[in-house]
Design a protein around this ligand. Structure first.
Ligand code: ADP
Ligand code: MG
Length: 321
């Protein structure tokens, strides 16, 4: 059992940013409005996630660390369920198999604390904590030197965490996110629901101000987001943030549709910044995608490429020509 957790951990948790992704998804699934992510030493020393979600009862707080003990409905084709992001109930047991974990949770009627150390249950007791859940993951991979070796510098690991948190902030602008590193707040959103506000946090005022709203739909897809005027992007690369039903995804073809639409409006050595959230029926996504990787397969991909291209091109033509 412990061994299988460690093998699963290799898939779900390769590095601190993967752990942050799983824990933030759990907080979102628990309907949190506010999520604080506190990182020490790039997450190698500790990762603490505090949410104001629905919490767990004492029983669930313990069973959450047993494999496949998910509280979320699971069927093969439920993977892309729009309501929860949880996947097979593997994240917590996997994380707890390779670190020291403290969990405190309060569901409004009881609160409890659970401690697990490298796959071993240490103890559970009643606790006094605010409504919601706090989970602290310490000393990652300290008992698995082969894996510890693959961690890079705290700065690098933190930059990956920061990317993940910014993507969540773009996909969930109505949630308040705070990210701190070694005690210093480095990223914070207000939860206003306003994408422009998030862009301002991530880039600067001119980027945020130049962004135009993207809004398009056809029979299968609804497209919303923001497109930044390229001359305000000072970086020498593009930033294309793609979300499908609010999950961050990677797709060569959809990205190409964005770049093609921008093509006539790109000054030399300037690059777009685009945020696109696609809403669609979950059945149009192939089920055999691996959720920890972000590649996707869509059954009507060409149609979505065209919608992205047409909608963006139209909006850009109007504003930037
Ligand atoms: P999954 O998300 O696939 O269900 P996890 O291992 O990530 O599996 O979590 C196991 C269970 O622990 C969840 O189904 C949920 O019931 C509970 N849980 C985890 N994190 C939280 C949280 N932040 N708030 C409330 N419940 C949580
Ligand atoms: Mg989960």
């Amino acid at each position: 059992e412990h061994l299988s957790n460690m093998i699963a951990a290799g898939e779900v948790v390769e590095r601190p940013s993967g752990i942050v992704k799983e824990l933030v998804e759990n907080s979102i699934d628990a309907q949190a409005q506010t999520i604080a992510i506190d990182i020490v030493q790039g997450g190698i020393e500790s990762i603490t996630i505090t949410d104001d979600g629905e919490g767990m009862d004492a029983q669930d707080a313990t069973t959450a660390f047993e494999r496949h003990a998910t509280s979320k409905m699971k069927e093969e084709n439920d993977l892309w369920n729009i309501h929860t992001m949880g996947f097979r109930g593997e994240a917590l047991p996997s994380i707890a198999s390779v670190s020291h974990v403290f969990l405190e949770t309060n569901n409004g009627s009881e609160s409890s604390a659970v401690e697990i150390s490298y796959g071993k249950f240490v103890g559970a007791r009643p606790a006094a904590c605010p409504l919601g859940t706090r989970i602290r993951v310490e000393h990652l991979f300290q008992r698995t030197p082969a894996r510890f070796k693959h961690l890079k510098s705290p700065q690098y690991e933190f930059s990956l965490i920061s990317d993940v948190v910014q993507k969540f902030a773009l996909a969930y602008p109505e949630i308040r996110f705070t990210l701190s590193h070694d005690g210093r707040t480095v990223f914070q959103t207000k939860g206003s629901g306003n994408l422009r506000e998030i862009l301002m946090q991530m880039y600067d005022r001119s980027v945020a101000k130049s962004a135009i709203e993207i809004d398009g739909e056809d029979l299968d897809y609804r497209l919303r987001g923001m497109a930044v005027q390229p001359k305000y992007n000072r970086a020498t690369k593009y930033f294309i943030f793609l979300f499908i039903n609010r999950r961050m995804v990677r797709s060569y073809h959809l990205q190409k549709a964005v770049l093609d639409a921008y093509h006539p409006y790109l000054p030399k050595d300037r690059f777009p910044i685009v945020v696109l959230n696609v809403e669609m029926d979950a059945h149009l996504v192939d089920v055999n995608v691996h959720p920890s990787k972000w590649e996707i397969r869509l059954s009507k991909e060409r149609q979505l490429e065209k919608l992205i291209y047409d909608t963006l091109r139209e909006a850009l033509k109007e504003k930037f020509e």
